[in-house]
Write a protein that binds this ligand. Structure first.
Ligand SMILES: Cc1cc2nc3c(=O)[nH]c(=O)nc-3n(C[C@H](O)[C@H](O)[C@H](O)COP(=O)(O)OP(=O)(O)OC[C@H]3O[C@@H](n4cnc5c(N)ncnc54)[C@H](O)[C@@H]3O)c2cc1C
Length: 498
């Protein structure tokens, strides 16, 4: 795996750990302040368990005021702070800092208000994604962005990662479903950004904070939009005898002017893994399947199913099934939603990549991943948000077997380069964290990275919030450039090497 080592200017703390604990104990109940090694280990990583780090302390505030006080203490003492929601992130964003405090927001989990007239929900950051739709269901409403981790992940984490999910193709990512945020800066200043209307005056700070991976501020309250539940939803399961044809079908569906509620792809390796686990009744002889959900009124669904079905057949679908009722629709989705754990049952380790490419390049990039799989001798099922062009190749390996972990890391980096070459990006929805920080040097030019640092500096002068994540320093890129000289061209030749 990439080195989790943090290449940042060292942060000079003004106090030692004992003094820090003493100050934090002044604002938190004893059970909400963890500082003994054995209590800290459960927080040493997020969903990217290859990177671990024990923090100095973990704090679990119970209200916004305590969050504010903790931030002020850490700012005064120049102690790094890493916010943590449910810890399901897959890029190491919530991995602790060795000299820092992990600020766990799991105890701020109250649904403050559901307003069925305005169709909004006001939430504390630790509320689980799925709990929002559960609370809104009695009003015939739901919250659209649905990451596959929705049973566990928190809305604060969703905001920080700008998370997506199966239904984001039609209904947008987290950022498109937010109205307002309350955030606290590292200096302890409480700000409200966004508004309850469609627009807010001034710069769009809410969009800036969304997806900022805990680097700009800590989110302490989220107001989201709720949508009426569609009258009907139906899933089409289409089988293909080639992954490339399935990829082309996705591009053709969008080109035909259809925006289905969800459009997901799984290849043969993925359906085989899933079928043993959840028995979703997938066709195991197909090289790839597409799951396409259409929703709306009875008439809208019928019309869209007909149009999508025609495109699927013209693109080479060899079999098409329609969910007959809601139970079968949920069964078709159950396999997709359980794909990651299903793969995890086959080999001890998997490395989930998260790149995004233009949809018209899906077929060729999938073929490229398949070639890399042969080159690196590691199996790589694909299961992903095809309609968004958001790939999730799952590189399977056993870290205890020879050099498999190193091969998996190199394979992953090549996939991301493939995404960039196809005109895409190195992250779709899982963020950069520590995992893809080196690839940021490939994606962005020094002038762009310098702009990111200027924005960070405007919010967090001493770089205390989640240091070493998401935005690489130019020096880091210089080091990375030294390691990865591509086609003989050294990156950032004007920066000093060290
Ligand atoms: C099985 C599985 C499936 C997944 N499927 C999807 C998917 O379909 N789509 C998708 O987008 N992601 C998916 N993910 C990734 C992950 O669930 C999302 O990124 C999620 O939004 C993380 O939420 P969390 O509460 O766990 O955040 P954490 O992992 O705790 O933190 C993530 C980042 O957010 C920051 N952060 C957390 N809370 C706050 C806050 N209140 N204020 C400021 N910063 C904060 C952290 O510092 C960190 O940088 C999946 C993960 C797993 C394990």
């Amino acid at each position: 795996m990439n080195s989790p080592e943090i290449i940042e200017p060292p942060i000079e703390a003004r106090i030692d750990k004992a003094e820090l604990v003493r100050r934090l104990a002044g604002v938190l109940a004893r059970e909400n302040l963890l500082h003994k090694t054995e209590d800290l280990h459960p927080y040493e990583c997020d969903g990217l368990s290859a990177h671990t780090q024990v923090p100095l302390a973990v704090v679990l505030p119970e209200n916004e005021e305590q969050v504010q006080k903790v931030l002020r203490i850490c700012h005064d003492a120049r102690i790094p702070v890493v916010a943590r929601g449910a810890g399901t992130g897959l890029s190491g964003g919530a991995m602790p800092h060795a000299q820092g405090v992990t600020l766990g927001l799991s105890k701020l989990k109250r649904i403050l208000e559901i307003d069925p007239v305005a169709r909004t929900a006001r939430l504390q950051p630790g509320v689980r994604n799925l709990a929002i739709s559960e609370a809104a269901a009695p009003f015939g409403l739901y919250y659209a962005p649905d990451p596959s981790s929705q049973i566990a992940c928190s809305i604060g984490g969703n905001v920080a990662e700008n998370s997506g999910g199966v239904h984001c193709l039609k209904y947008g990512l987290t950022v498109h479903n937010l109205l307002k945020l309350r955030i606290i800066t590292i200096e302890g200043e409480l700000l409200e950004i966004g508004s309850e209307g469609l627009d807010a005056p001034g710069y769009d700070l809410m969009a800036l904070v969304t997806g900022s991976e805990g680097l700009l501020a800590v989110v302490t309250e989220v107001t989201v939009k709720l949508l009426p539940k569609p009258v009907k939803a139906q899933v089409m399961l289409a089988a293909f005898d080639s992954v490339v044809k399935a990829g082309e079908a996705v591009a053709n569906i969008i080109a035909a002017g259809c925006i289905p509620a969800g459009l997901e792809m799984m290849d043969k390796l993925a359906t085989a893994a899933v079928e043993q686990f959840v028995h979703a009744d997938y066709p195991l002889d197909a090289e790839a399947i597409l799951l396409c959900e259409c929703d709306g009124t009875e008439e809208e669904v019928a019309a869209e199913i007909e149009k999508v079905g025609a495109v699927m057949r013209a693109s080479g679908a060899v079999g098409i099934r329609l969910s007959r009722d809601d139970a079968e629709r949920l069964k078709f989705w159950s396999g997709r939603k359980a794909a990651f754990p299903a793969v995890g049952r086959i080999l001890p380790d998997y490395y989930c990549m998260d790149g995004t490419i233009p949809k018209k390049r899906l077929g060729e990039v999938l073929a490229g991943i398949s070639r890399l799989s042969t080159e690196f001798k590691l199996a790589c099922p694909n299961v992903f948000h095809a309609g968004d062009g958001n790939l999730h190749p799952l590189i399977m390996f056993d870290a205890n077997e020879g050099d498999q972990a190193q091969r998996a890391a190199a394979f992953g980096a090549r996939i991301l380069e493939l995404c960039i070459e196809a005109g895409g990006t190195i992250t779709g929805e899982h963020g950069v964290g520590v995992e893809k920080i080196n690839e940021m040097c490939v994606q962005f030019r020094p002038a762009e990275l310098a702009t990111f640092h200027a924005i960070k500096h405007a919010f967090d002068e001493h770089a205390l919030l989640n240091p070493g994540k998401a935005v690489p320093t130019l020096h880091r890129c210089a080091e990375f450039g030294q390691m990865h000289v591509k086609r003989g061209q050294e990156k950032f030749p004007d920066l000093p090497r060290f």
